[in-house]
Structures are given as structure tokens and as C-alpha cells.
Ligand binder design. Structure first.
Ligand code: KG4
Ligand code: ZN
Length: 345
């Protein structure tokens, strides 16, 4: 007979980009292990992620990473209730490694299989350390591939209210970093260098979208930085890289903060969260915290390790899907351009 009120244990797998990650999550919000093998060093020499190299490294690392996650959690495969895996969006070859692995484990061990949306995972990272956080809340998701304002109506229920029209915020960070010779990934490097610069030194534009105040545009900001660098070169002026980093970062953060606060006030929601790699940015966190305080909004943010790609967030999202009765079949496939909230029920 099945035990009542039994703990639910999820083994989660994430391989959508350049992190091979596995985690064991208990009852949605308790992280028993969170193992991340980052491939960043491999891709740095190319100035960005090389998809085929990412897939090949995932296939090499996935088994040891999962083994370590189970060992650190002190849990056996038999004790797991379900295997949750990122099935999109992301690099298709990279996603396929995780999906095939999750299917093989779930099939062999006779466990439930749950495909998780990567961005929904990022949003769910907020539940891990904020045990009191419940939907509804507004979440700014800013990563290397996405910039969205998402209204989390309930567990597993998402409505996109704003999105980028061109580059993602993280992508702009990466491109500007490359232009000033900082290398990949640019976000953390700009974050660090900006501390030594003057954020008012160069007035980079803050783009507004006339037909939807909740949408974003970052390509104009990136171009303004490139133009500025070209002009300096033509005039023989030495570039102060710290000032460029600080001024560019401030322009991005002003837009992200302003849009989020305005949307929250207009919708009438009093809880605001941030997620995704860019949410690890120290200035964004501080500015968002201050703006929320001024506007009497409660601010939630994951620790940096849960902002950038990890499997714990996939386990948390997978738990709420599991509790809602979502189960995937053995025909689960990877979807490179999967939309938020587009469930396969
Ligand atoms: O969420 P993530 O790890 O992967 C995607 O799903 O894309 O986000 C990676 C992105 C990269 O563009 C990286 O430069 C950016 O997040 N990032 C940051 C910081 N840490 C990572 N951007 C700004 N400041 C940071 N501290
Ligand atoms: Zn991500």
C-alpha cells in the first residue's frame, strides 16, 4: 500500500545550453543536491557557446553529474518519484542529450517523466529560498536568450505581458563585453568592471516601445555602445572601459527596473520577482530592491547560483507539474523554440 503524505523526490536534469546539471529536490522547495558542470571555459576561446561542442560535452558529463547529484542527496534511483528534464527552449543538440537521458532513466527505473520549460524553471527558482512565496506575482526573466515580463497566475500558469523585440538583455551584455575585450560570458565581467566606472559618464539611450510599454528593446543600446567605441577610435580618444561598462549596464538596468515596476503597478500586483542569468547582476538586484521598497512592492530574488542555469529550478518546476498530474510519455521530444505556457497536456 502507498504511504500517505510521503515526501516527493524529483531527479532533475538540465542541458539546454552550456551547463550540464542535475539536482534532487524534495517536496518542491528543498534542494538535496544541485550539481553543475559548467562548460564555460571550453567555449570562452570561441567567444560564445559552440552548439556541437556543448552537445558532445553534455553526453560525456551527464552520467557522472547525475551520479554525483544522487550521491550528494543520499538518495537512490528507486526512491525517486519522477524525473524532470528541460525539453526546451535551448540548443536542440544540447536539449536532446538531457531528454534522452531522462527518458532512459525514467523508463528503466519505472518512474514518471516530466518535461519542463526552461524559462518556467528560471521563474520557479524563486520558490527555493522564499518558502513563503505563492503566486500570483510578476516575474522579470532576463537571461542570455530571453527577456520577458511574466505574470505568474498560479503554479504552472503563466501569462507573458512583455518581451524583447530584438536582443535579450544577457545577449546585449555578452555582445558589449566582447566589444570592449572582456570575453565570454560578458554579464559577470561587466558587472565587476562597472563597479570601477562612472554610470553617468556616457548617456546611452533607454529604448521605449510605443505600442507596448511592457516590451523591451536592447539592440539599440548595444549599437550605441559600438558606435561610441568606433567614434572614440576614429578621433583617437582612449576608451575608459569601466565607464562604458557602468554606463551601458545602467541603461539596461534602468529599462528592466522601470518596466517591471510600471507593469506591477498597472496590473495591481504587489509581489515582484526576478529570474535568469542577468538577475545575478549585483546592481540590478540592488536597484530593483530599492524601487520595490519605494513602491511598496515585496521583492523576491534567487541567490546567484539559482539565477544562472541549474537543475534545482527544473526540479522545483517539475514538482508543481507532478502535483498537478502532468506526466509525459516516451514520445517526449526536445523543442528548441518552445513557448512559455505551451504545455503538452
Ligand atoms: O540563465 P542563463 O544562465 O542562461 C540562459 O538561459 O540564457 O543566463 C546567461 C546570461 C548570459 O548572457 C550572461 O552574460 C548573463 O546571463 N549573466 C549576467 C550576470 N551573470 C550572468 N548578466 C549580468 N550580470 C551578471 N552578473
Ligand atoms: Zn537559462
Amino acid at each position: 500500500m502507498e504511504e500517505k503524505n510521503k515526501d516527493v523526490l524529483i531527479l532533475a536534469i538540465e542541458t539546454s545550453c552550456d551547463e550540464t546539471a542535475a539536482a534532487v529536490v524534495k517536496n518542491g522547495r528543498e534542494i538535496l543536491s544541485n550539481v553543475i558542470y559548467t562548460q564555460i571555459r571550453l567555449h570562452t576561446v570561441f567567444g560564445g557557446v559552440v552548439p556541437e561542442i556543448a552537445s558532445r560535452k553534455h553526453i560525456e558529463k551527464i552520467n557522472p553529474v547525475i551520479e554525483t547529484a544522487l550521491k550528494e542527496a543520499g538518495v537512490t534511483l528507486e526512491e525517486i518519484d519522477a524525473v524532470a528534464v528541460t525539453y526546451g527552449p535551448g540548443l536542440i543538440g544540447a536539449l536532446l542529450v538531457g531528454v534522452a537521458e531522462a527518458k532512459a532513466i525514467a523508463y528503466a527505473a519505472g518512474k514518471a517523466l516530466i518535461g519542463v520549460h526552461h524559462i518556467e524553471g528560471h521563474i520557479n527558482a524563486n520558490y527555493i529560498e522564499h518558502k513563503d512565496l505563492e503566486p500570483p506575482f510578476l516575474c522579470l526573466v532576463a537571461s542570455g536568450g530571453h527577456s520577458h515580463l511574466v505574470l505568474v497566475k498560479d503554479y504552472g500558469k503563466y501569462e507573458i505581458i512583455g518581451r524583447t523585440r530584438d536582443d535579450a538583455a544577457g545577449e546585449a551584455f555578452d555582445k558589449v563585453a566582447r566589444a570592449i575585450g572582456l570575453g565570454y560570458p560578458g554579464g559577470p565581467k561587466i558587472d565587476k568592471l562597472a563597479r570601477e566606472g562612472d554610470k553617468y559618464a556616457i548617456p546611452f539611450p533607454r529604448a521605449k516601445i510605443s505600442d507596448n510599454p511592457d516590451d523591451f528593446s536592447f539592440s539599440g543600446m548595444k549599437s550605441a555602445v559600438l558606435n561610441y567605441l568606433n567614434q572614440c577610435q576614429m578621433k583617437g580618444i582612449e576608451v575608459n572601459r569601466a565607464d562604458v561598462a557602468a554606463s551601458f549596464q545602467q541603461a539596461v538596468i534602468d529599462v528592466l527596473t522601470e518596466h517591471t515596476i510600471q507593469a506591477a503597478k498597472r496590473i495591481g500586483i504587489d509581489k515582484v520577482a526576478i529570474a535568469g542569468g542577468v538577475a545575478a547582476n549585483s546592481t540590478l538586484r540592488a536597484q530593483m530592491e530599492e524601487a520595490c521598497r519605494k513602491n511598496r512592492l515585496t521583492f523576491y530574488h534567487p541567490s546567484p547560483v539559482y539565477c544562472t542555469d541549474n537543475a534545482a529550478m527544473i526540479g522545483t518546476a517539475g514538482y508543481y507539474e507532478y502535483m498537478a498530474g502532468v506526466r509525459d510519455g516516451w514520445n517526449l521530444n526536445a523543442v528548441a523554440n518552445l513557448k512559455i505556457g505551451e504545455r503538452k497536456k
